[in-house]
Design a protein around this ligand. Structure first.
Ligand code: GDP
Ligand code: MG
Length: 169
């Protein structure tokens, strides 16, 4: 079993932290290829017969006027083709216009077998009940295969994401 999983989301939601946690989880890392932040960062996760290539997208930028942003958008969008699963990472506290734009791109390109929503930084949220209205709102925007509250830095539910990635191959 071998396949690609893309991690998408606006800057600063915790994509890179999640990638590192996913690769550090339990298993051996055969290759980790950091490039500049303007390019894709990939990590290969090997576990028995399965090999998952995680792609940390360089962030989708609303501003397309500058050539570099156009290029970055294209790189991020192309990484959504041929992936077994997309992990859409958002911040548990804030939804912005940038998140909305990433979601729109997902709606246009939903050829991935699975799209999951990872609501990150829940360790920051004292009152977990406060999450529910936000969660419901997001569930109505898109038919996600799964909505998972996570903490990329603490590792909460990261194993669950890994299991779903493996199942999506
Ligand atoms: P990226 O731009 O989406 O790749 O985001 P990064 O992984 O670079 O993280 C952006 C910031 O959020 C950093 O300061 C991280 O330490 C912080 N961060 C990431 N994940 C978590 C989390 O689960 N909880 C908390 N409290 N902070 C996090
Ligand atoms: Mg990053």
């Amino acid at each position: 079993y071998c396949g690609m999983v893309a991690i998408v989301g606006r800057p600063n939601v915790g994509k890179s932290t999640l990638l590192n946690k996913l690769l550090g989880q339990k298993v051996s890392i055969t290759s980790k290829k950091p490039q500049t932040t303007r390019h894709r960062i990939m990590g290969i996760h090997t576990d028995g017969p399965s090999q998952i290539i995680f792609i940390d997208t360089p962030g989708l930028h609303i501003e397309e006027k500058r050539a570099i942003n156009r290029l970055m958008n294209r790189a991020a969008a192309s990484s959504l083709a041929d992936v077994a699963m997309v992990i859409f990472v958002v911040d548990g506290m804030t939804w912005t216009a940038d998140d909305e734009m990433v979601l729109q791109k997902l709606q246009h390109r939903n050829d991935a077998r699975k799209i999951i929503l990872a609501i990150n930084k829940v360790d920051n949220i004292k009152d977990k009940e406060a999450l529910f209205p936000y969660l419901n709102q997001l569930a109505q925007k898109f038919d996600f295969d799964e909505i998972l509250p996570i903490s990329a830095s603490k590792g909460t539910n990261v194993q669950r994401i890994l299991d779903m990635a493996r199942e999506s191959l």
